[in-house]
Design a binder for this molecule. Structure first.
Ligand code: ADP
Length: 308
């Protein structure tokens, strides 16, 4: 109940706040069973209310997969909308990648040693491959096995969380269509998603398909190899990598320029090249040229096998 959830987060105290997003604030709490949870508390007006919302959340709470952040409960009482998720102790993929990168005062990328995120994790190449594969499996499940199928609509590195074993779990699936247009971080009236990850074809045509998630996932893959954000200093990662690929020099110098230095020494260059090629296919302008999520899963499995 609402009062119980209030208690287990210490009245939604600031010290238990772990983040905020389009939906509202997120708090850490411990439920009576002893399980540590993340509780999302909707900001007033950030979501559509009513029966449709409740039905949708009930559906989401029935979706289970190893690579999806489980919704363990929800509560609609006293005018509040609360969603209770399993707690992911290693935070978001973005936080782990951002620890690697630093900016020089000259405005150029610079690297300050081997990176570690908020929790000091260093994601080596092998771990990054596993994270990509795990999140791809979660998305393929949503697209092909969930009943009814679910299009995520907001795939990004802040929606990929890492559990205690650094297993990737996709968060926030099915939520973005419930978030109202005014909520921060979301794009416009009908089209929903986050700038830098947004499928250009969906943006133009407003026709939403699973392939929009594939596009966004391709951007996440490019973040995994470069540790850069989708848009940095006004530059789009997708365009930058395409340009690097087009140089097409024999020793792939252009591509290596894009590579996160903290994985440079470890990555098998063949696997790296295949990974980037796969990412580039995911971010094709035309949705019909992109692979499906289960194609991506298969391709990543092959890369991972050959890499180790
Ligand atoms: P956004 O709308 O930007 O995706 P969210 O509202 O989903 O943001 O989450 C905000 C922040 O709360 C995340 O960046 C993350 O740090 C934290 N967070 C969300 N869900 C969980 C969870 N299940 N476990 C741990 N931390 C979480």
């Amino acid at each position: 109940s609402y009062d119980e959830l209030k208690k287990c987060t210490n009245n939604f105290s600031e010290s238990n706040e772990i983040g905020s997003g389009g939906y509202g604030k997120v708090y850490r709490g411990m439920v009576p069973s002893g399980q540590v949870v993340a509780i999302k508390k909707a900001q007033q007006g950030s979501t559509q209310g009513g029966l449709e919302f409740k039905t949708e959340i009930e559906l989401l709470s029935r979706v289970h997969h190893k690579n999806l952040v489980g919704l363990v409960g929800f509560c609609f009482e006293q005018g509040e909308q609360l969603l209770v998720y399993e707690f992911m102790p290693n935070g978001t993929l973005r936080e782990s990648l951002s620890g690697c990168l630093d900016f020089g005062s000259d405005g150029f990328f610079g690297w300050k040693g081997i990176g570690g995120g908020k929790s000091g994790i260093h994601l080596d190449w092998k771990r990054r491959l596993r994270i990509a594969l795990g999140s791809a499996r979660g998305l393929a499940y949503l697209h092909e096995l969930a009943n009814p199928p679910i299009i995520h609509r907001d795939v990004k590195s802040t929606n990929i969380l890492l559990d205690e074993n650094l297993t990737a779990k996709v968060a926030d699936f099915g939520l973005s269509k419930l978030v109202s247009d005014s909520a921060k971080g979301h794009v416009s009236t009908q089209v929903k998603g986050t700038l830098g990850y947004l499928d250009p074809e969906y943006y133009m045509t407003q026709q939403l398909t699973e392939k929009s998630d594939v596009y966004s996932f391709g951007v996440v893959m490019l973040e995994l190899v470069s540790a850069r954000q989708p848009i940095e200093k006004g530059k789009y990662i997708v365009r930058e990598v395409r340009m690097a690929m087009d140089k097409n020099d024999e020793d792939q110098y252009g591509l290596r320029e894009m590579m996160d230095p903290s994985i440079k020494s470890l990555a098998n260059l063949t696997g790296f090249g295949r990974f980037v090629e796969l990412a580039i296919r995911c971010v094709e302008e035309s949705a019909s040229h992109r692979p499906t999520m289960s194609d991506v899963v298969k391709a990543l499995e092959t890369i991972l096998q050959n890499d180790g």
